[in-house]
Design a protein around this ligand. Structure first.
Ligand SMILES: Cc1cc2nc3c(=O)[nH]c(=O)nc-3n(C[C@H](O)[C@H](O)[C@H](O)COP(=O)(O)OP(=O)(O)OC[C@H]3O[C@@H](n4cnc5c(N)ncnc54)[C@H](O)[C@@H]3O)c2cc1C
Length: 416
């Protein structure tokens, strides 16, 4: 902990779940903290995710065989993988690197790397919120995976084996017992693989906003500004430059999610980072709500009971961060929701497109960028809500010179 007469001033850039978590842990460690975002906290990707604290989500999308299955999936209108073809030339270099990790060796290495970031998610969220205004959003619950039948579950054996290695084994429920547990399911669901001791957030955007409020209550400063560059003195950060002035600092944290590539580039770091675009639909005033979040394997979407209704979120689409939403992914998502919950009726629906920050090797970047005094905290793919608080705690520890009891080399931002 820094001496109180020698407080470090840290600028944290980006007020998503990763940035607010980092800012709170830094403030708790006695640093002066300024959190800068170009809009209000929690309006980036952290706004619209499925809300699951998915401790068991240690397996990346790039599992063995994807190289061959991927093109087939893309051409299958019933599979929730999409590509905006005009974006392919830009995507190609990243895509080749991404697919090169779809081997058994790399999938296991990535799973080993993700495990410490996600596996204690509930404890990390509880430590983060304490009894502040964000606490009411965090629920402990089961997290189930819904399959058509046992054969479909067994098709996922590789993934379940890796989850088992990470310490997560499901309880299986089959046949009519499925509907006893969750009456909303139609006949398309014949097996549930239930993970105990998981959790979810009942309004991810509201949660991040409440965490930002917590930070302010602790004396942290919130600034609305677009960060444009860094000022280095002798190779080390001395100020963060924005369209709303210059912010002097001792260290900085780059936690701008999918938008981090350009800013990292200003420090000479080339990161193979893409958007894995995803969508949600909120069904407002639904005829039922679920008891706990469910990942529907056949549709690759998660249905979560939230404050604002039933949120169904998922789909992977490649197409960059500039293009607006596409029609086909939302249409397929609706179709899959209908197949899963045939009796669902609702008053209205709201659609959203978001950008999962996806480094080509599926591991987040957590550590110091070169020796600049700027720390990266981005690239959390599908697990940013789950792993944001742990990441923030690790970064705060690094900035304050603590030695983490975890080997961080897998997350080294300089690894590419
Ligand atoms: C459909 C979908 C479902 C998902 N479901 C889950 C789930 O159930 N569980 C889970 O763990 N994860 C889930 N995720 C992933 C998760 O949402 C992300 O990994 C996470 O939100 C990333 O958080 P972040 O703080 O890194 O980025 P963000 O939340 O995107 O925050 C980045 C912030 O940086 C700001 N910013 C950007 N550039 C600048 C700049 N130049 N100057 C100032 N500010 C800037 C932005 O305004 C933004 O507020 C899902 C994602 C999607 C798309």
């Amino acid at each position: 902990m820094p001496d109180k007469h020698d407080k470090k001033h840290i600028v944290v850039i980006g007020a998503g779940i990763v940035g607010v978590s980092t800012a709170i842990w830094l403030r708790r460690a006695g640093c002066e903290v300024t959190l800068i975002d170009r809009s209000k906290p929690g309006l980036g990707t952290s706004f619209g995710n499925a809300g699951v604290l998915a401790s068991c989500s240690v397996v990346p999308v790039t599992t063995p065989g994807l190289m061959f299955k991927g093109p087939k999936f893309l051409l299958d209108p019933n599979f929730p993988l999409f590509l905006r073809w005009s974006y392919l030339p830009k995507l190609a270099p990243w895509l080749l690197r991404y697919l090169s990790h779809a081997t058994d060796k790399d999938t296991r290495r990535i799973a080993d790397g993700l495990t410490p970031i996600v596996s204690d998610s509930i404890e990390q969220h509880r430590s983060l919120v304490e009894d502040g205004p964000a606490a009411r959003y965090v629920k402990t619950s089961d997290y189930s995976f819904a399959y058509t039948d046992r054969a479909a579950f067994e098709d996922d054996a590789y993934v379940w084996e890796l989850r088992k290695v990470a310490g997560f084994e499901p309880e299986l429920i089959e046949g009519e017992a499925v509907r006893e547990k969750e009456p909303a399911f139609g006949p398309a669901v014949g097996l549930l693989a239930v993970m105990r001791d998981h959790g979810y957030v009942t309004n991810p955007g509201g949660y991040v906003a409440a965490l930002a409020e917590t930070l302010e209550g602790m004396g942290g400063k919130l600034v609305t500004a677009e960060v444009t560059d860094f000022e280095l003195t002798g190779g080390e950060i001395s100020a963060v430059l924005t369209n709303n002035g210059r912010f002097e600092c001792d260290k900085a944290v780059l936690s701008t999610g999918v938008w981090s590539k350009e800013l990292a580039g200003k420090l000479g770091l080339k990161v193979p980072l893409e958007s894995e675009r995803g969508y949600h639909i909120v069904f407002k005033n639904p005829s039922f709500n679920l008891k706990a979040p469910v990942m529907v394997a056949a549709g690759k979407f998660v249905a979560t009971p939230m404050d604002m209704g039933l949120r169904c979120a998922g789909v992977v689409e490649f197409g960059g961060i500039e293009a607006g939403p596409s029609k086909a992914p939302v249409k397929l998502l609706k179709k899959k929701v209908k197949e899963t919950f045939p009796d669902l009726t609702y008053a209205s629906e709201e659609e959203w497109l978001g950008h999962r920050p996806a480094p080509s090797d599926s591991l987040p970047l957590i550590g110091e960028i070169k020796n600049t005094g700027v720390f990266s905290a981005f690239g959390h793919h599908h697990i940013g809500l789950t792993g944001g608080p742990k990441t923030g705690r690790l970064i705060a520890g690094l900035i304050n010179g603590e030695r983490p009891n975890l080997d961080l080399s897998a997350y080294d931002p300089n690894r590419f």
